[in-house]
Design a binder for this molecule. Sequence first.
Ligand code: NI
Length: 167
Amino acid sequence: MTILKVLQYPDPFLREVADEVQASEINDALRKTINDMFETMYQESGGGLAATQVGIKKRFFIMDGSEKKDQRIVAINPEIIEEKGEIIDEEGCLSFPGVFAKVKRAEWVKMKALDENGEVFEMESDGYLGRCMQHELDHLNGITYFDHLSPLKRKMIEKKYKKVNQD
Ligand code: NI
């Protein structure tokens, strides 16, 4: 397996809107990339990682909300098909190391996607994974969690981010 480079804000690639994955692209090469992404995410202690973040302009992401990091979820061409409520909670992102901010999200979501074998599945969550689905799906549309913050809050976090990440 290979540890991939996770792009960091303000890398312009994080603004790219990813393309749909074609059925013919759900193959061993993609599954190898997915394994590399899991390896990368576990090494960085993340809970989710979108293809965009590793420089791939395709609509898929991975996540694992378990403590033991043994519950892999792969979502290809994901769509949120239902959502309810609103909830504010703290969020971080591997593309924004060292900073966290409270972000408003739907409280409950239902997602439809393909798994790594091309099978359709649905999943719903009102917890960590629900938040994760919304966050990762945003990445595939070129949106980061910074975009959900008020201008003032964003300025504050950006300042902190620069400070934390300067060499
Ligand atoms: Ni992220």
